[in-house]
Design a protein around this ligand. Sequence first.
Ligand SMILES: Nc1ncnc2c1ncn2[C@@H]1O[C@H](COP(=O)(O)OP(=O)(O)OP(=O)(O)O)[C@@H](O)[C@H]1O
Ligand SMILES: [Mg+2]
Length: 580
Amino acid sequence: MIKKIFSNVKEYKKFALLSPIFVIIEVAMDIAIPFLMGLIVDRGITNPSKENILNLGTYLFLSVIFALITGILSGYFATKSSAGLAKNLRHSMFKNIQNFAFEDIDSFSTGSLVTRLTTDVQNVQVAFQMSIRLAFRAPLMLIFSFLMSLRIHVKISLIFLLIFPILGIGIGIIISKSFPIFNKIFRTMDKLNTTVSENLLGIRVVKSFVKEEHETQKFKDISLSLFNNYVRVGKLSALADPLMQASIYIVVLLLGWFGANYIVVDHSLSTGELLSLVTYAYQIQVSLMMVSMLIIQMIVARTSGMRIVAVLDKESSLDKNVDGETEIKDGSIEFDDVCFSYSKKEDKLALKNISLKINSGDNVGIIGSTGSSKTTLVSLIPRLYDVLRGSVKVGGKDVREYNLNALRDAVAVVLQKNQLFTGTVIENLRWGNENATYEEVERAAKIAQAHDFITQVPEGYDRIVERGGTNFSGGQRQRLCIARALLKKPQILILDDSTSALDNTTEKLIVENLKEQLPELTRITISQRIKSIEGCDYIIVMDNGEINGIGTHEELLETNEIYREISQSQEKEGDFDEPN
Ligand SMILES: Nc1ncnc2c1ncn2[C@@H]1O[C@H](COP(=O)(O)OP(=O)(O)OP(=O)(O)O)[C@@H](O)[C@H]1O
Ligand SMILES: [Mg+2]
């Protein structure tokens, strides 16, 4: 895991190396300062000598300045390299996420991916920054402070050894107790992010169902659980401070007691040396504190690191088959005894033994109650998911034999939940084909009946699309999505409930345009409305993952019960809606 994370330092390696070098110089200065202070007391004050004070004072001053400069530089380099690492990690993760198959995204959940890209990366960043500075600084300072103390007075320095077991055991207990809580915090964080992103995307639904209170309560509960866990960790780490303080006071007390003895009774210690010793004692305490902080941050980062690596290492469940066939002969589609399950389990089949043949250029309708697997059926054509059994063929070849990108270029899907992105109208349309000329864009927009409303405003094709396309009506968004799909110049066009927000006249116009201008195109239209599909060459009636019937509108009215029921119920509704 560590190797995988570190491989992302890349171009920031030199900063990551420079920082510890400056840290070493800084530590040398920090060690020299108490020593010089002791000397000033002994050679300048206890035995008054102005010259000594001036000389040693200059050294002290220079050491302080040097420590300051190297401290700033090492801090700067550490920040730069850790921020660089974070940037590269986010990049690598995002790039890999783009390659994920739909089922991979389902398996992580979007909230969790957001936490991994933000909080987790930040945890690793902080740990990395701390470790390049502290991993050298703390142990070096600890060792040298202790060595210098030994040099001053061996016996009295042994007092320092008292601190280690007290602190070691105390910190060990704190760390082992807080580790499981941190794990809980991460999972709660995932939940929090999922709730927030779901809510912001669905804010209109929340408001229209007057579910604000309900959602706020849900959020509050998660937030409270996060709070409680942080408080628990806080309580534990709050113990660390008094522990440190107590141990250091004990040491200083003992130093004072024995030190005074050595000074007065056997003169083996000077006042200046005692002063240095006390300062070293503080430095040892500070370095121990740094070590424990570092360990805690490392534990947090370890969990985060594993979560990041899980994203980096996740290989797309769909093999993109880059060496696969890139030519798609025609727009014919064949389902041969296809079974499919989202969970890959036999007993939870979303599609059961589907066999179906669609000729190139056919105009097919699909209807069926909600949850009858209409969307699932068409998702297998551009290989958004792979079949469990059987095969799906496009242009006479199994979809798995094609280069995935080539296949998806040939099969354009306007999804049920269509999505526009922040940018201009033309930028959104060119998502379908970034090299499309202005004329091509306009032609596609005209076919999709979008040109008129686009050019109604002065900005025209440069009009800004706001986040999620909220500044366009539902029907306008649908038409933009159809135009975007057409720009791919597909051989197969799948419209999954993508004309639901259009009035009958506009829908008819789009269908006529498609028929006239793109007669070769195989068209599959999923709709809940009979009116939208009655003109199709034939219609597939889906029921509970199975094909219940295939035929023309008239044939199905005669032979298919489900179709007849839908038709009758809609006729009644129609009477209501349109009195003429
Ligand atoms: N990503 C998914 N993961 C797991 N199960 C899913 C997923 N998408 C759909 N399903 C399940 O598969 C079944 C068929 O869903 P599908 O979306 O294909 O229905 P549909 O006919 O398109 O319905 P609608 O008319 O409401 O769009 C449903 O029971 C649904 O719960
Ligand atoms: Mg659907």
